[in-house]
Every structure is written in structure tokens, then in C-alpha cells.
Design a protein around this ligand. Structure first.
Ligand SMILES: Nc1ncnc2c1ncn2[C@@H]1O[C@H](COP(=O)(O)OP(=O)(O)OP(=O)(O)O)[C@@H](O)[C@H]1O
Ligand SMILES: NCC(=O)N[C@@H]1O[C@H](COP(=O)([O-])[O-])[C@@H](O)[C@H]1O
Ligand SMILES: [Mg+2]
Length: 392
């Protein structure tokens, strides 16, 4: 029970991070009459454009985050990005604030070391072999143990930033430098993983709500340079793989707890399913659910965190998503080809409205549905190829 937004009785949700995923969370929250406050490191971020209020601040500055939260006193604090002052979230939770799904989940998934050690060492989930390194020398030693190719990632980064596949000893130094440039925090620490030759990779969206744990049909995806290009749902899987995937998802999400949606990333290999990582929030590859499910991953997240029931999740149609990425930095650009893209049947376009482009930055997504995922992927790809960014 709660009142209307902007009244004394309103239910207030503060979203920490205001990108394309947060924009959809805000829209879904507003459909349920929730007051929304968007926070991020830059102005006019996508979710800020649809929220009731906005704040621009350094997301890693704990004092600044605390000031905003103490001023607003939101009922729900909803992290939308990994790079947040999570120590402050832990302290605020201890003082009675409600962090989604929990401050510990936000803390552990903020850096790859926290979540990997929990998954592999505490829970014993199968993962790629891995080492951590704080210097180029330590990287050399780690790579010597794991062999080539290996995958190098800053412990704090997302969407593939600073991530590379290292194929030989000669490439180690440039991979190290690339990771140092791409990391989000001022921490020179990386994870080195053995390269997994998987048949496919999926995101298993797993929702924890008052109704218990539910799974969305698996989402297959293709990544390039560590970032997602296209996704589809449902991804065809063997019964054995589905059982293993759901078991891994259940174990990691039960450990992390709270209510909300989790994106459990898994590799499907001939030897079984491997855990890769988990987002305690909607997942970029899950944007496809806006075209495929009766309740999108964003609607599910909002329902779950407000404490409402989720009796069932229905897949209405096979579907696919395909991204539009920028190839340079600019604050003066236009996105064209929308008419052509929308002339593709069963297709929608979502322009995020980011104020600037950067090399590799995701600016829009195309969503298509069809009789099967292959047909949907073709439609989404065709429509995405119609879109173009014209720079001044
Ligand atoms: N050990 C590995 N072996 C083979 N491929 C890998 C490995 N680790 C990562 N990848 C590939 O790189 C992609 C991105 O990796 P990962 O999810 O760890 O990065 P990320 O920066 O957290 O991305 P995001 O934020 O989009 O989830 C994976 O989806 C997979 O395609
Ligand atoms: N893989 C995580 C992911 O997709 N996160 C999404 O990207 C935004 C950051 O985009 P930006 O780097 O373009 O500002 C985040 O705010 C979130 O919506
Ligand atoms: Mg990932």
C-alpha cells in the first residue's frame, strides 16, 4: 500500500546508475506508481530522462552517495551498475536502508574477485581456471600456469572494457596495458582466466520474489570484444544442461539472497555448464525479454523488489535483440535509418538517448520476434543494419 508519486505517501525508488537498463526499470516502476530518482556520473543519462528527479555524482564517492540517500530517504536503493561505493551501501543497509537485492550482493559482484572466489571456492561451482595478478610480472606467472590463449580482465570493469584474449607471451604486456586503461577503479588488479571453448553461452535470468525462485527461458548470446552484440530467447538446450544451469543459478542466487532479478552468465561446453559471472540486476542480453515475455526482465525486477508476487513468467514468442554501437567519440551526432529499421516486420527500436557517443558505446537496441529464434535473429540483424550514426 502506498500513495502517489511526489506525495508524502509515495513509495520512493532510487536507482544508482542510469543507463539503458535503468531507464526501463524506472519506466516499469512508474507503471506501478512509484516515485523514481535517477543517479549517475553524467548528466542526461537515459534513466534521468524518465525519472522524477536526478542527481549527478561520482558513483565511487561514498560520502556523496550517502548525502544523496540521506537527503532523499528512498524506500528502495537499486544499484544499476557495478562501480558504486559499495562499502557505503553496506553501511547504509546496516543502518536500516533497503539495498536491492542486498548490499553484500552489490559488493561481491562489484569486483570479479569477490564473486569468483565465492562461486568457485566457497560454493564449488564449476568455472574456468583463474588467477589474480597485481603486476605484469604476476600476469606472466599466471599465464605460464594457465597457458594460452587466456582471457585478461580488470577486476572492476563491465561490458568488456579493458578485456582481451591473450594468445602468446609476446602479447602479455599490451594486454596488461589495455586492462590498466579499461578498468573502472584505480586498482591495478586483474583476473586471468583459462580460455573456455564453449559451444554457446547463455544468460539464465533468475528471479527471487515472494513467490520463490523462478527462471526465464534461457537467453543465448554472441559477444564481441567482451560485449554483447545479439541475444535470442529461447536458446535451445539439452535437459541435462538446463538442470545444471538452473542448479548453478539457484545456488549462487540463494547465496546472494534478497529479492530481484539476477542475470546468471553460463558457458555451455561438451563437459557441462560453467559459471562465468552474475549480475544482481537486469542483464543487457535480457533486453530481448521486452519483445518475448509477458513480463520483461525489468517488469520482473520491479515486481520482485516491491514485494509483489510473480505467479508465472510466460514466453509469448521466440525473439532476438541486436545492438547499435558507436565507433567514435562525439557529442554531436544523429541516429538515422529508423524508418528503414521499423519497416522490418515484428520489430521495435529502442534509442537510449545517451548524450555522447564513445567507441564501442551501445546507443540503441533492436528487438524482433518471429516463429523461431533464427528468423527473429535475421529480422533483428537486418533492422540493426539499417540504423546508422551520423557524426558532425
Ligand atoms: N574465460 C573465458 N573464455 C572464453 N571466453 C570468455 C571468457 N571469459 C569471458 N569470455 C567472453 O567474454 C564475454 C564477456 O566476459 P565477461 O562477462 O566476464 O565480461 P564483462 O565485462 O563482465 O561483460 P558484461 O558486463 O557485458 O557481462 C563473455 O560473455 C564471453 O563471451
Ligand atoms: N553489461 C552491463 C551493461 O550493459 N550495463 C548497462 O550499460 C550502462 C552503461 O553504459 P555506458 O558505458 O554506455 O554509459 C549501465 O548504466 C547499464 O544500463
Ligand atoms: Mg558478462
Amino acid at each position: 500500500m502506498y500513495g502517489s508519486p511526489l506525495s508524502q505517501q509515495a513509495r520512493k525508488m532510487m536507482i544508482l546508475g542510469s543507463g539503458e537498463l535503468g531507464k526501463e526499470v524506472v519506466l516499469e516502476a512508474q507503471r506501478l506508481g512509484v516515485e523514481t530518482i535517477a543517479v549517475d556520473r553524467y548528466d542526461n543519462a537515459p534513466a534521468m530522462q524518465v525519472a522524477h528527479r536526478k542527481y549527478v555524482t561520482d558513483m565511487l564517492d561514498g560520502d556523496a552517495i550517502r548525502r544523496i540517500i540521506e537527503e532523499e530517504r528512498p524506500d528502495l536503493i537499486v544499484p544499476e551498475i557495478e562501480a558504486i561505493a559499495t562499502e557505503t551501501l553496506l553501511a547504509l543497509e546496516a543502518e536500516g536502508h533497503h539495498v536491492i537485492p542486498t548490499a553484500r550482493a552489490a559488493r561481491l559482484t562489484m569486483d570479479r574477485e569477490g564473486i569468483r572466489r565465492l562461486a568457485a571456492e566457497t560454493l564449488g561451482l564449476p568455472t574456468a581456471p583463474y588467477r589474480f595478478a597485481d603486476s605484469l610480472d604476476e600476469l606472466r606467472a599466471a599465464a605460464a600456469e594457465l597457458g594460452f590463449p587466456c582471457v585478461i580482465k580488470p577486476i572492476m570493469s563491465s561490458s568488456g572494457k579493458g578485456q582481451s584474449v591473450c594468445r602468446s607471451e609476446a602479447e602479455l604486456e599490451s594486454c596488461w596495458n589495455y586492462a590498466m586503461e579499461g578498468g573502472r577503479a584505480k586498482k591495478a588488479r586483474i583476473i586471468v582466466e583459462g580460455f573456455v571453448t564453449f559451444d554457446s553461452e547463455i544468460t539464465l535470468l533468475t528471479v527471487r520474489s515472494v513467490s520463490g525462485t523462478s527462471y526465464c527461458p534461457p537467453i543465448g548470446h554472441v559477444q564481441k570484444d567482451g560485449d554483447y552484440i545479439e541475444s535470442w530467447q529461447p536458446h535451445e538446450m539439452s535437459e541435462a544442461h538446463i538442470r545444471e544451469a538452473e542448479d548453478i543459478a539457484l545456488r549462487i542466487t540463494e547465496e546472494l539472497g534478497g529479492y530481484g532479478i539476477y542475470g546468471v552468465e553460463l558457458f555451455l561446453t561438451p563437459d557441462g555448464v560453467l559459471f562465468s559471472e552474475v549480475s544482481p540486476r537486469p542483464h543487457d542480453t535480457g533486453m530481448v525479454t521486452m519483445a518475448t515475455q509477458d513480463l520483461s526482465e525489468f517488469a520482473l525486477h520491479v515486481r520482485a523488489i516491491l514485494g509483489f508476487p510473480i505467479p508465472a513468467i510466460r514466453l509469448l514468442t521466440p525473439g532476438a535483440s541486436h545492438t547499435l554501437k558507436a565507433d567514435r567519440e562525439s557529442a554531436e551526432f544523429r541516429i538515422g535509418g529508423i524508418e528503414e529499421a521499423l519497416s522490418v516486420p515484428n520489430t521495435q527500436v529502442r534509442l537510449f538517448g545517451k548524450p555522447e557517443t564513445k567507441t564501442g558505446r551501445r546507443m540503441a537496441v533492436v528487438l524482433s520476434s518471429s516463429v523461431d529464434v533464427e528468423a527473429a535473429r535475421d529480422l533483428a540483424r537486418t533492422a540493426a543494419e539499417c540504423l546508422h550514426i551520423d557524426y558532425k
